[in-house]
Design a protein around this ligand. Structure first.
Ligand code: ADP
Ligand code: MG
Length: 666
């Protein structure tokens, strides 16, 4: 009966392996050379085992005493064919004094089973070979799955540009992007990747940003538009004036993040690797005890020791105890989760952040650039002794070296080229405004705080919107009323958060109360704190953190340089990747590639799914393991069941882990 089952099983395995081998020849399979080689070995070993199984025993008996050795030799050959690398690794482990690993478990168990069959003269070597065989099948499967999810991440790596085209004497030269200096004009032909961040100097086209943002809609660009590296040029020829070095460009940044992501381990991963480190030796000694103690006790009380039975149970115990499923599937789940998130345009810098993200209960937002577009329109100029045009000129010049969205908007509103040599002594007061000498005249542009600080009387404005008070030559020169537009997706984004299990939404801003309250109300944000300086934002977040009870985590979402300290302080910092300042992206744990606030809820959902998978796998793997260990110790499980349970659990756990990659419909 068992013979028949074994034969059928081996037959199926051989067929399956053969099928996979054929599939491996198609380029779609993405199998590596090594995987193909191992697969071939698996098929060969299975076929040989099947053959040995099917040969009639009379054949060897006919050879007389030599038959025993021939048979043993053939089985041994098969065993070595499938297991030589495991044996070598186990030996290496012993040599390096890192004895207790999976290879060691497998080597001891199979060599033991072989020896047992030899001494007990049962001639049943199949079991030892099968254990090795199934272990290899599991290993192969795992390496294929890991490769698949890794590839999903490296598809992101695929954004790495190989060259940049530089025009020289009317000819296009392909150069290493690393060698292109800032301000060089590079040419991006249709079908090519944009290698370096820059501004379109000539031409128009549409760009495929899918690799960066997960957004499949192409983005139209024309002269003067900023474009980021990693996009693919779909149509027209573009000449791009680079604004950054390659190493500082979006592509390099993203690649750094992704490459480092796996080095930041989550608590569950830490737990598993610590667990494995203690677990394996404990299991080995338990197996030793199982092999020695019962027979010795039997001897003491004068009963038959039954060495063979107890050694067999101990070996079975070893096979069962192999912690593969756990050790493999947990990091793989996180890996797949990070990969899935990056496909959706959300970069998560490590599995620990995925874990924290899944426990987010409070989301705190910065206003400008995060919930609003950060592109201000000038609505009016009030109480100014100067002409509007002139006031705007002063404002634009004073702001010429600030990177705040307000300053960029004022420069745009003035609309003329800025002669920076007219501006000296620039001082920026984070969260208040700027002061500078324009043509030698002191100019200040900022909010009430700045005016109070400078001791200048100002007119309070009752219009809605953000107010930029101006002082020229030490005297009040009126104010500019500007207004920002909320991002079209912002309202939906806030609503989606509640849906993703977030209890509380908070907005912090340096803007004045009137503008802040209006935005918060229109978006449905629960709490607003306005007129905060950057330090005030940190304080508020710390206050909120202290108040947090239980396991709920706090996420802060921001975009500006002045948000960097808060991003670092929150349990989890989320930065806007496209508009956001480098400092914010650096300080954040999660980066939204397309600045779409709806991705916050999406990221939380992705993390929840990933963590759910992790816990499912932990419970499932440990559960089955414990059950099998008990059965094994009681002598109710044989080695067949053991290896089946182990490989089966592992395959299921790995398949489950891969689910974390699929996040489209979350
Ligand atoms: P938010 O918290 O909304 O991102 P910030 O903290 O960057 O805003 O700025 C708060 C306020 O400080 C702005 O609303 C503006 O009134 C003033 N401010 C900051 N930087 C500047 C600047 N460069 N020019 C003028 N005003 C500024
Ligand atoms: Mg901001």
């Amino acid at each position: 009966m068992q013979e028949l089952v074994v034969t059928i099983l081996l037959g199926l395995l051989a067929l399956g392996g053969l099928g996979m081998l054929l599939w491996g020849r198609s380029p779609k399979s993405n199998m590596t050379k090594r995987q193909k080689k191992t697969l071939l070995r698996i098929v060969e070993a299975t076929a040989l085992l099947l053959l040995l199984q099917l040969l009639p025993p009379s054949l060897f008996e006919a050879l007389g005493p030599a038959g025993f050795w021939v048979r043993l030799g053939l089985y041994l050959l098969d065993y070595l064919l499938i297991g030589y690398d495991i044996l070598l690794k186990a030996a290496k482990g012993i040599k390096n004094r890192q004895v207790f690993d999976e290879c060691f478990l497998m080597a001891v168990a199979t060599v033991g089973a072989f020896a047992l069959a030899l001494f007990a003269r049962t001639g049943d070597y199949t079991e030892a070979i099968a254990v090795m065989l199934f272990y290899q099948v599991g290993e192969w499967f795992q390496s294929y799955a890991v490769g698949k999810s890794r590839r999903n991440i490296t598809e992101l790596m695929d954004i790495r540009p190989d060259y940049a085209n530089v025009e020289q004497d009317g000819q296009l030269l392909q150069v290493d992007p690393d060698e292109v200096s800032i301000g060089t004009v590079i040419v991006v032909r249709p079908g090519e990747k944009v290698p370096i961040d820059g501004v379109v100097a000539e031409g128009s086209s549409s760009l495929d940003t899918a690799a960066l943002t997960g957004e499949s809609l192409p983005r139209e660009v024309k002269e003067g538009d900023e474009i980021v590296s990693g996009c693919v040029n779909l149509q027209g020829l573009l000449k791009v004036r680079t604004t950054k070095e390659f190493g500082e460009s979006t592509v390099s940044k993203i690649l750094d993040l992704v490459e480092n992501a796996s080095s930041r381990k989550s608590k569950s991963e830490d737990f598993i690797s610590k667990f494995a480190r203690i677990y394996t030796p404990v299991v080995c000694f338990a197996a030793l005890a199982l092999a020695l103690l019962p027979p010795l006790v039997s001897l003491l009380v004068g009963a038959a020791p039954q060495w063979g039975q107890w050694v067999y149970r101990a070996l079975t115990f070893l096979v069962i105890s192999c912690p593969c499923a756990l050790v493999i599937s947990i990091p793989l789940s996180f890996f797949a989760g990070i990969g899935g998130a990056s496909n959706a345009g959300v970069l998560v810098k490590g599995s620990n952040y995925l874990e924290t993200l899944s426990q987010t209960k409070t989301v705190v937002f910065d206003k400008t650039g995060t919930l609003t577009q950060g592109v201000f329109e000038v609505n009016a100029v009030h109480h100014s002794p100067l002409r509007e045009e002139q006031l705007l000129e002063y404002a634009a010049l004073a702001e010429s070296s600030s990177s705040h969205p307000i300053s960029k908007s004022l420069q745009r509103a003035w609309g003329k080229d800025i002669d920076r040599s007219r501006v000296t002594d620039v001082q920026e007061y984070s969260g208040s405004g700027v002061t500078a000498l324009v043509d030698g005249v002191p100019v200040a542009a900022g909010n009430q705080k700045l005016m109070e600080r400078l001791g200048i009387d100002y007119h309070n404005c009752h219009c809605p919107g953000t107010i930029i008070h101006m002082a020229v030559g030490g005297a009040y020169a009126g104010h500019i009323v500007i207004s920002d537009v909320v991002k079209p997706q912002a309202k939906e984004a806030i609503a989606a958060l509640a849906d993703a299990g977030v209890w509380e939404t908070v907005m912090l801003t340096g803007d004045r109360k009137k503008a802040a309250d209006a935005v918060a109300q229109s978006l449905g944000i629960q709490q607003v704190y306005s007129e905060l300086l950057p330090a005030g934002k940190v304080e508020k977040v710390e206050e909120l953190l202290r108040r947090e009870t239980g396991k709920g985590k706090l996420a802060f979402v921001g975009d500006g340089i002045n948000d960097a300290p808060v991003l670092g302080r929150a349990d989890i910092g989320i930065a806007m990747g496209a508009m956001g300042s480098d400092a914010a992206i650096e300080a954040a744990d999660v980066v939204l590639m397309d600045d779409d606030p709806r991705k916050i809820a999406k990221a939380i959902k992705i993390s929840r799914k990933c963590l759910a998978i992790v816990y499912q796998n932990i419970v499932f793997a440990i559960g089955v393991k414990v059950l099998c260990l008990v059965l094994g110790a009681l002598g109710l499980a044989n080695m067949w069941l053991a290896i089946f349970a182990d490989v089966g659990v592992m395959v299921l756990a790995v398949l489950n882990a891969i689910r974390a990659l699929f996040v489209k419909n979350l």
